[in-house]
Design a protein around this ligand. Structure first.
Ligand code: BES
Ligand code: MN
Ligand code: ZN
Length: 498
């Protein structure tokens, strides 16, 4: 059963559930009137554990106890740390720690007392939103390919959020909308986590087609013959060594009459071996995540339809597999891109930008108001900003600023890197118009951006490099080991803020 999250107004003394959750700040351990009278009904369990320092409300601390009450099995106290240091990231961490702890205790349903999160910086909407996101994202698990011990997998079925009576309607609307976000992230995680022998380009295109059918989106797909015929030599060069043929799909959502669309372009490499410049084994493993950009685009479009957002949005997924074969493209090849620009190949592992060059140029046919691409483009993004922040680059500051703003709201963090004009000499070629990488490893992220920039002409464009943020090696808060779904909340907040 999928996780259900609901908001309801209830008297704290009347909550009948497996567990009730009350949050505290380290520097404000007083019980309000309602909690104090509730505490009396459970033999002062809360005040006692505070008094004897059994619970100190340190950030992410979870203290639970069994209460012998008709209506309740457990009370859980959640620590939020110091009030002045608190923020939305910490809120998500705390609720994630809580959710996973309660799941570990096999508690299938719990109620969160929303009022207990109030503090000087409290904001109803963002607090509610982040609590829901944290619960839904942190309880994610990918078990599709497990066959053993499935009966031992613990699941939470329901999370209730207890709000005041006059906030109930407002809360229900926020819950419904936020669940669309959470579902979009988790479905993106599922698709990215799907192994590369299953999730080949055609599989992902068919998946997108099904999403389109269910949500009333327009769907188009171009196969290898059509891509070839269109003259997408850069895209086809990457794709042609694989038996799993490329697919470029286009999803169209219409929510604002005949306004020019915002086009989202996702890199969709279902596997990246590196090509003839093969990756060493420890760098190749996990390269199924190289399709994450396209996977996010699919679910952002689905969410646009579900939320009925007021914008026209087109999503393009450029699917291919970068394989090794006798007909593979190789360094020194010169290819004519869809835009007409000729490209000298330097390194077959810089394949994402080759595919995107043609997909971006193709996107111009929709006369976009703005183009945003999302791509696992570089390992250099890991060096530049680490696993928690994605580089963003673009040719229009206003557009980049909107993405930065959405990043702050969504908590999918970005940091802008520049594309100085004089760095364009890094992609100067002796034989073709440009080369796709520089011959050294300096400024890897920026060079990726500068290369892509050549193909969008004068359209407003931004590029989000999710090479680092796409995958969680270790579990951390709501980031579960595996695909993170980074960028989905970011793009949705970006589209909705416009
Ligand atoms: N898909 C990779 C980038 C990547 C690396 C994503 C690690 C996630 C984790 C991309 O196609 C790639 O191989 N980039 C090369 C570019 C280089 C050859 C210029 C890289 O970053 O090493
Ligand atoms: Mn590569
Ligand atoms: Zn790649």
């Amino acid at each position: 059963m999928a996780l259900k999250i609901e908001a309801a107004s209830k008297d704290i003394a009347e909550i009948g559930d497996k567990c009730i959750v009350i949050a505290f700040f380290e520097d404000n351990l007083k019980l309000n009137k309602d909690i104090a009278s509730f505490d009396k009904t459970i033999n002062n369990a809360i005040s006692n554990s505070i008094k004897n320092k059994d619970f100190k409300a340190e950030l992410n601390e979870v203290k639970s106890f069994y209460v012998n009450s008709k209506k309740l099995d457990y009370v859980a106290l959640l620590g939020l740390g110091k009030e002045k240091d608190f923020n939305l990231n910490k809120l998500m961490d705390a609720v994630s720690a809580l959710s996973k702890k309660l799941r570990g205790m096999d508690i299938k349903s719990f109620s969160i007392y929303f009022d207990s999160f109030k503090n000087k910086n409290f904001d109803f909407e963002s607090y509610l939103e982040k609590i829901i996101q944290a619960a839904a994202l942190s309880l994610y698990q990918f078990t599709r390919y497990k066959t053993k011990d499935l009966d031992k997998v613990k699941r939470v079925d329901r999370v209730n959020i207890i709000v005041n009576e006059n906030d109930a309607n407002k809360a229900k609307k926020i819950v419904d909308e936020t669940l669309v976000y959470a579902e979009a992230v988790n479905k993106t995680r599922d698709l990215v986590n799907t192994p590369p022998n299953v999730a080949v380009p055609e599989y992902v295109a068919d998946y997108a087609k099904e999403i389109a059918r269910k949500n009333g989106l327009k769907f188009t797909v171009l196969d290898e013959k059509q891509l070839e015929k269109l003259g997408m030599e850069c895209y086809m060069a990457v794709a042609r060594a694989s038996v799993n043929k490329p697919r470029m799909f286009i999803l169209e959502y219409n929510g604002k009459g005949n306004e020019n669309p915002i086009v989202l372009v996702g890199k969709g490499l279902t596997y990246d071996t590196g090509g003839v410049n093969a990756k060493p084994a420890n760098y190749m493993v996990n390269m199924k995540d190289d399709k994450a950009g396209a996977c996010s685009v699919i679910h952002v479009l689905e969410a646009c339809a579900k939320l009925k957002i007021k914008a026209n949005v087109i999503g393009i997924g450029a699917m291919a597999e970068n394989a090794i074969g006798g007909n593979a493209y190789k360094p020194d090849d010169v290819l004519k891109s869809y835009s007409g620009i000729t490209v000298e190949v330097i390194h077959s592992d810089a394949e994402g930008r080759m595919v995107l060059a043609d997909a971006l140029a193709y996107s111009l046919k929709f006369k976009p108001k703005a183009i945003v691409d999302i791509a696992t483009l570089t390992g250099a993004s890991i060096i530049a900003l680490g696993y928690g922040i994605s580089p963003v680059l673009g040719n229009d500051q206003e557009l980049v600023d909107k993405i930065k703003h959405a990043a702050e709201k969504s908590l999918d963090r970005v940091w802008q890197l520049p594309m100085p004009e004089d760095y364009e000499e890094l992609i100067k070629s002796d034989v073709a118009d440009i080369k796709h990488v520089n011959s050294d490893i300096d400024a890897g992220v920026i060079v990726g951006g500068i290369f892509l920039k050549q193909f969008v002409k004068d359209a407003k464009w931004a590029h989000i490099d999710i090479g680092a943020t796409v995958w969680a090696k270790q579990e951390k808060g709501y980031k579960i080991k595996g695909a993170t779904g980074f960028g989905v909340r970011l793009l949705l907040d970006f589209l909705r803020e416009r």
